[in-house]
Design a protein around this ligand. Structure first.
Ligand SMILES: *Cc1c(COP(=O)(O)O)cnc(C)c1O
Length: 220
């Protein structure tokens, strides 16, 4: 069942776009099923849940943290995380840097931008990031590596709205790429698109899509 879902999703994903199978709330057995079907990138949104799953599952899995991350939970994920998608404040970034330093690691991160109409979604605005980049304390964070941007579109049937929100994230990426990250080759990721909108996201330039229910089903 999961193997078949993965096959169908993968058929829609072109080379060069990374699938992250969002396994939040899903039990170990279902993740194993996806692993046995060849999937290695999984996404979680609770720090202790990710830590516990990482301890139990094979260590060639690449764990992506995709949810709002509380600063007091950062310490749980540093040893297992492959990429943090959801950096949404400078204070969080500093905490990740601090914990990564303790573990002698450099952690790859994406900056989350608020692109949706809904006010509930976390993330920076371009203005906030521009201010942040001016801070000397930002340039001193040696244990984080910012490799791109992430965003969530409005949960809506209105395709034009969703497309415009994806375009706005792509624009933000291009602005950062041509200014602050000029010449930095590993600043290249645009994480956008979920089960309901990933085909549109890919059209608009996503390099990473985060897909849960189309792979694992909707039961929690
Ligand atoms: C749950 C979640 C997803 C996956 O959503 P589906 O609609 O199940 O594909 C993607 N990104 C984030 C940030 C999520 O929390």
């Amino acid at each position: 069942m999961i193997a078949n879902n993965l096959f169908l999703v993968n058929k829609n994903i072109p080379n060069g776009v990374r699938l992250v199978a969002v396994s939040k709330t899903k039990p170990i057995e279902l993740i194993k099923e996806a692993y046995e079907a060849g999937e290695r990138h999984f996404g979680e949104n609770k720090a202790t849940e990710m830590r516990d799953k990482a301890l139990e599952l094979p260590n060639d899995i690449k764990w992506h943290f995709i949810g709002h991350l509380q600063r007091n939970k950062v310490k749980y994920i540093i040893s297992s995380v492959h990429l943090i998608h959801s950096i949404d404040s400078f204070r969080l970034l500093k905490e990740v840097n601090k914990e990564a330093a303790k573990q002698h690691k450099v952690v790859n991160c994406l900056l989350q931008f608020h692109i949706a109409k809904e006010s509930s979604k976390f993330g920076f605005s371009l203005e906030e990031i521009t201010e942040l980049f001016k801070k000397e304390s930002f340039t001193k964070l040696n244990h984080i590596n910012i490799v791109g941007v992430m965003g969530m579109a409005t949960f809506s049937e209105d395709e034009e709205l969703v497309i415009n929100e994806f375009k706005s994230l792509k624009d933000i990426f291009e602005v950062l790429k041509s200014s602050f990250y000029k010449g930095k080759e590993d600043f290249k990721e645009i994480s956008m698109g979920m089960s309901g909108d990933y085909l549109l996201a890919i059209e608009e330039g996503a390099t990473i899509v985060r897909i849960g229910s189309s792979i694992f089903g909707t039961r929690a």
